[in-house]
Structure formats: structure tokens, C-alpha cells
Design a protein around this ligand. Sequence first.
Ligand code: SF4
Length: 380
Amino acid sequence: MNVHASHTSHGSQKSFDYPLQDARGATCTAHAWAKVPPPQTPAQRAAAKEHAARLLKLHDAVLVAHYYVDGDLQDLALETGGCVADSLEMARFGRDHAAKTLVVAGVRFMGESAKILSPDKRVLMPDLDATCSLDLGCPPDEFAAFCDAHPDRQVVVYANTSAAVKARADWMVTSSCALAIVRHLKEQGQKILWAPDRHLGRYIQEQTGADMVMWNGACIVHDEFKGLELELLKQQHPGAQILVHPESPQSVVAMADVVGSTTQILDAVVQGSAQEYIIATDNGLLHRMRQLAPGKTLIEAPTAGNSATCKSCAHCPWMAMNALQGVVDCLEHGHGEIVVPEDVRRQALGCIDRMLAFVKANPGALQAPRRGFVPEVGAA
Ligand code: SF4
């Protein structure tokens, strides 16, 4: 293993560059939070849900929602024959569904993935400004220069990237097949260029010993979880299982009973024998957990808290921009449509197809022990 190269990162920590910044010019999520629709009364929510359900039927559309979006949207998706899932399953569900229009409640790269896999369908999103710090922190032109500087490496990117970044990649991976694919590449004698999440990259490098150079991105939600505070919380709940998404910092992953994608964390609660669970991922997932595992105690892992540095407090501001009214608006007016240029789409499809083919051909490679990555394909 080339120790030097394996720990190389691309420059200093990449901050995401949100177009609207705060008064001091600092990047922040204030604009995203400002666009989060105000809470509605129960009567308003029921009326909006009914209206959205009617429009989905009228427009031959299906709602595909991520686990992190508002509970009303998750319920609407399930009640109208759509799905609530992780990002890859959302794209696969959309591809295999007969509906002519997909309404994707999540963030922009999820809408793009749906369009890449379903080019003949119309893909709408409640708010096209809903994005992701990993995507924003990995601009295609800078990423292309990084790839150009390492022409001897296989380019492996996480699902949380734009179509343009995927178009430059050899492989796309999700959080649970990443380990098997990087191990496979290492066995072939390949060196890796990894982007964009530095925590997930570090975890994979530790587990596989692969020679990896890394982009230095982070998820603003998972990056906020704190190892020391988690240790203190565990002392108060010694019987609790700690479930951690691998986009979290090393000190948090080190304490995990299970490290896995959103779907695997959900499964660990539903199938687990423990009564209490400490969850280190976006708290939007707790809505579905409460439905599928009533009676179990779910505790949010500690973040930086409501301090000046906390951008998320365990909830993604961009996911929070999705609301029932956005579904109504995009279907009524046809706005929020995802467009991916055909040449970019075709190139991006290559790295996704390669991953899907690997997973199909190597189901055994994904069977990991419960502690560590949980098998099956999943993503943030
Ligand atoms: S939770 Fe993190 S990885 Fe997921 S969309 Fe938000 S910023 Fe991106």
C-alpha cells in the first residue's frame, strides 16, 4: 500500500459554495432554511395531501420520496403507490414504474439519477434549489482537473454527485457496495481516486487498505455528529445500540454497533432485539422507523447543538425544502423539471451501469458482518 498516496486529499477542506451567502459573505444554509415552507395546520395538510394525490393520478405520476423528507410526503408516497427509499432505490423504482412522470421528493442529484435511468420520463422536483453539500462541494470543472492530475487511477464517485461529475467517473458507488467495489479494484491492482465524501472515503480506505487519493467533501448533516457527546449519551443508555451512517466522523463511526446506509440503519432497528437505539443520521428517517418499529426507543445522536457552527442539527436543510405544496405546484404548473443533456446522461449512465452489473454478478461480495457495512445496495 502506498501510505502517502492513500491519505492524500485534494487541498484543504472543501466548503460548499451556496450561491446566496450570509451578510458577511460566509457560506451558510440560511437561504435553504429560509425556503423551508412554514408549518401548516392539520386541516391544511390534509387538504394539500388530498389535492396532491388527485394531481398525481391526473398526471399519470408517481411520487418517489427519500427517507429524510417531511413525514407527510413519505405518507403520501406510500398511500399513492409510490415509494420511500434511499437514493438508488428511488432511481430504480422510478425506472421500473409505468408512470410517465416521476415526482422526486429529495435533493437534486436524486432527480438527476432518476432522469439518467429514465430518460423517457418527465422528472419533476418540488424545489430545484434543494441540493446537497457533497454535490455543491464537488464542482465538475475542479473535479475534472483533479482527475486529469491522476490519470493512472480509477475514478470512483459516491451517488451524491452531479450528473456532470458522474459523467467523468469510471464507477458510481453507494454506501454499502462501495467497500466491495473498492476491494475488487484493489485486488485487480488498481489505484483509486475517490470523491467526494472524505469520511466515507477514509472508512473504505481503512477497511480495504486500497491506495486512494480523496476529494475533501463532507455532508453538513453527518459531519456534525460528535464522538465525545455520543460517548456520554451511551453512558446514560448502556443497553442502546448505536447505528451510524458512514458519512459521519471517525470518532462516531468507531462507536457504532452497525455502520450502514439509511435502509440498513432502518432494517437494524426493525429487526434488532434491543429496545433502545441511538441514531446517527438525518432525523427524517425516524418518521419511518416509528411506523415500522413502534414501541422501540429512538434517540438522536448528539450534534454540535444549536451553536454558531451547527448548520444542520441532524436535519438536512435542503431535504426540508420539500413539501406537499411543492408537489402540488410542480404537477399543476409543470415546473421543477430535471433536464440532463443527453451526452452527459449517456456518459453518467456508464458508471451507474457498471455498479449495477457488479452488484448483480457479485451478491456474495456484499455479505459483510453486521458490525461494519451492512449488505445490500443502499445510499444516503
Ligand atoms: S443529508 Fe447530507 S448527504 Fe444527504 S442531501 Fe443533505 S447534505 Fe447531502
